[in-house]
Design a binder for this molecule. Structure first.
Ligand code: PMP
Length: 395
């Protein structure tokens, strides 16, 4: 047996969960994403998606993606820096910059690679990067790759953030990087207070709008827009993989910062550009988002209904203010068991265990789309209530 095989043969979680028949990952969907999907011939209600606008199966988007495939081919065979730039990429960057309300924009092939590349490209060894301790893994990886000194503060704890900032030199570059909407718990960053601290301690701010775009703000411009703080936030990133029904990501900022990133950001320069089909799909989704504000109204209506029903039934749902509803289980094994029982009962939800959360905070993540009906929500609440009561999680 090889060294690595020896080390990894007893990797605990998959083996134990598989032996108990509750391994929850990598289930294949046979068909389009939507509010109901088929997995292994079993129909389930999909409450584990990030497609908040419900646009992934939209025929207009599919048609634009097909037309781009016909016109440009299946890939770009190179990075944006050299042979991989299409007029489509440039147009999408222009439209995203206008939509978000910043001077300029760069589009990447994934949202993950935006955070992974932008943070280290911006910061040198005399600088500081300061993160909320529940920031997404891509921010954590970007922070780790930066030569800057790395600091973090307790989740949404503004006193702790101030304690960190107080100790730093006034003239040093200090970048606070934060999720606008926290992806597992659904709560929002305290941006108004973070902006006050920015001015008090002379910092810069970068906000991750992965779960904010398509959900918050005017026509889904995100959490910065929701708080009226777009101008106060120095860099805004987002992804195409959630509300924008595609894959890819973006960073927006002032023209000079974007120009620097365009020529130095390693995940932008040394990675192939996004496919024509994915780029065209994101662009069409962006158009639909702006043309059909009623989608976001529907999303919020069904979200309010679900929040009310989970509260009425006695679920512990934390401080969520978004279509992401954490149903706390607070036990890793039970979290897998609940996910499996829910799946058998026809409800797909996502288990969240360490390192995505603290060990005592395990939960199942229930997320809404604009296309869900109240009847679908009701069916899922009843099924989940039965499971949570039987497992002794709630009364
Ligand atoms: N940031 C946050 C907050 C996320 O939740 C995610 C994806 N889950 C990403 C970045 C990465 O985006 P993508 O999946 O588009 O690469």
């Amino acid at each position: 047996m090889g060294q690595l095989q020896e080390r990894y043969k007893s990797y605990r979680i998959p083996q134990e969960a598989m032996a108990k028949g509750i391994y929850p990952y990598f289930r294949a969907i046979e068909g389009k994403q939507g509010t109901e999907v088929e997995m292994g011939g079993h129909k389930v209600l999909m409450f584990g998606s990030n497609a908040y606008t419900g646009l992934t199966g939209d025929q207009r988007i599919i048609d634009k993606a097909k037309a781009a495939l016909d016109k440009y081919g299946s890939g770009c065979a190179g990075s944006r820096f050299l042979n991989g730039t299409l007029d489509l990429h440039i147009q999408l960057e222009k439209e995203i910059a206008e939509f978000i309300g910043k001077d300029d924009c760069l589009c990447f092939s994934t949202g993950f690679s935006v955070n992974q590349g932008v943070i280290p490209a911006l910061l040198g060894k005399d600088d500081f990067v300061i993160c909320d301790d529940r920031d997404h893994a891509s921010i954590v990886d970007g922070r780790r790759l930066a030569f800057a000194k790395q600091l973090h503060y307790k989740h949404n704890d503004m006193e702790d953030l101030e304690r960190v900032l107080q100790k730093l030199p006034a003239e040093a570059i200090k970048l606070i990087v934060v999720d606008g909407v926290f992806s597992m718990e659904g709560d929002l960053a305290k941006l108004p207070e973070i902006v006050k601290l920015k001015h008090k301690y002379n910092c810069s701010i970068m906000v991750d709008e992965a779960h904010g775009v398509g959900v918050f703000g005017r026509q889904g411009r995100g959490v910065c827009d929701h708080f009226g703080l777009t101008d106060e936030v120095d860099l805004i990133m987002g992804t195409f993989s959630k509300s924008l029904a595609s894959i890819g990501g973006f960073i927006t900022a002032d023209a000079d910062t974007i120009n620097w990133l365009r020529h130095t950001c390693r995940t932008y320069i040394f990675s192939a550009s996004n496919t024509p089909a994915a780029t065209a799909a994101a662009m069409e989704a962006l158009h639909i988002l702006q043309q059909e504000p009623e989608r976001i109204e529907k999303l919020w209506k069904v979200t309010r209904y679900a929040l009310k029903r989970f509260r009425e039934e006695g679920f512990e749902i934390g401080d969520t203010e978004s279509p992401i509803i954490p149903l706390y289980v607070r036990d890793t094994d039970k979290t897998f068991l609940v996910t499996a029982l829910a799946f058998n009962a026809g409800v797909f939800i996502n288990p969240v265990i360490p390192p995505a959360c603290a060990p005592q905070d395990t939960l199942v993540r229930y997320a809404l789309m604009a296309t869900h009906t109240e009847e679908q929500v009701e069916r899922s609440v009843i099924a989940l209530k039965k499971i949570f009561v039987e497992q002794g999680i709630i009364k």
